[in-house]
Design a protein around this ligand. Structure first.
Ligand code: DP6
Length: 360
């Protein structure tokens, strides 16, 4: 599909008011998206596990406006409180998507949103938040155009979510989602995420992600700024090529269930992401001393136990500890005994691979 396919056709049905609620999960990238072109087009393809426990629930109440104006009209409540400071981000999102969902200026919206994970846990809510809002808007569009198929609904929700935050387009479906075109992945697109279309070995079913909250503070450098620093980055072209190669390798790993190869790819991707940050100009470091302590502990434990536990990182100091269901008991015990001590206030979140967003 091309961008033009997402420009709305004239609507058949009149919709005046109502309320819709979606719960949408976060996701954790295995091959990372870092660097983008104009209009939220990724510089390289990425792939992620959709999560289950970390999610945003968004209710969208909508009412046709009496008088049209050139502005968007909405109120925004986060965990029950009106949040003026979140509004500019939503306003930018609405501006970016207006071409594709032109009805949004005709309504007044009340957006009520809450996260399952603690506020200021250092966990980005943009993926779950933007995908939940995109789904609510698509639900309204489907009421106006009832012929929309489920496939189109999911693709357009992902397309819209991408315009809010790139990684959000990987949060509509589960359990493994690829975003960005890759010559070996049929149906892959820079415009939206697709469910990974090939065989996945049993060992990846119910995969665990225990998120260690190392630093709950505000990041010094936002992802948006970090992406921008990939323009003219001395290693950018090699990095983008490497992401393509790692995706090719993962296809074999997913089919065979080769966890030692999985670990190599996933940890290398995490460290490369942070290496790109450290070699940007200006350079920056988002890892904290405890991030490295945890990584070293994981390596030592793996060497002594042969457990298939590994880590990945997003754009922050927190560590995602990944391991298969059949090793849960031993790895979880290790996490409690040896890693939780490095978390801020001992906080961590037990999550696992999930199956995507749903309507409530
Ligand atoms: C390191 O999706 O947050 O988590 O498109 O600017 O909103 P924007 O960026 P964002 O970047 C996520 C970067 C990452 C890697 C990943 O999730 O693939």
């Amino acid at each position: 599909m091309i961008e033009q396919d997402f420009v709305a056709q004239p609507y058949e049905k009149d919709v005046r008011e109502g309320k819709v609620t979606y719960k949408s999960p976060s996701n954790i990238a295995l091959v990372k998206y870092w660097g983008k072109k104009e209009n939220q087009i990724p510089a390289n393809p990425s792939i992620s596990f959709t999560l289950d426990a970390c999610a945003t629930t968004t209710s969208l109440s909508y009412r046709k406006r009496e008088k049209l104006s050139d502005d968007f009209s909405f109120n925004l409540f986060f965990e029950g409180e009106e949040k003026e400071d979140f509004k500019p981000k939503i306003n930018t999102f609405l501006k970016r998507i207006e071409k594709y969902v032109p009805f949004i200026k005709e309504f007044h919206f009340t957006i009520e949103t809450s996260n399952s994970f603690p506020h200021s846990s250092g966990i980005a809510s943009s993926a779950s938040g933007m995908s939940a809002l995109a789904l609510c808007l698509m639900d309204i569009e489907r009421q106006m155009s009832p012929e929309i198929t489920d496939d189109f609904f999911n693709k357009k929700a992902s397309f819209l979510a991408r315009l809010g935050s790139g990684s959000a387009c990987r949060s509509i479906l589960g359990d493994i989602v690829q975003w960005g075109s890759h010559h070996e992945t049929k149906g892959s697109s820079d415009l939206y995420g697709i469910k990974y279309p090939y065989q996945v070995h049993e060992v990846f079913k119910n995969y665990h992600d225990t998120i260690l909250l190392v630093d709950k503070g505000q990041k010094q450098v936002s992802s948006t700024v970090g992406h921008d620093l990939m323009h003219n980055h001395p290693y950018a072209e090699n990095r983008f090529a490497q992401a393509h190669e790692n995706l090719t390798k993962l296809t074999t790993v997913f089919a065979d269930g080769d966890l030692s190869e999985f670990i190599k790819i996933v940890e290398s991707e995490a460290l490369t992401l942070h290496a790109m940050m450290m070699t940007s100009l200006p350079y920056f470091v988002l890892m904290k001393p405890n991030t490295l302590e945890i990584i070293n502990k994981i390596w030592a434990f793996r060497a002594s136990s042969n457990a298939n536990v590994c880590f990945t990182l997003d754009a922050g100091a927190n560590v995602h500890v990944l391991y298969p269901e059949n090793e849960h008991a031993v790895v979880y015990q290790f996490i409690k005994d040896e890693l939780v001590a490095y978390c801020e206030n001992g906080q961590y979140i037990c999550d696992r691979i999930g199956f995507g967003a749903r309507k409530l």
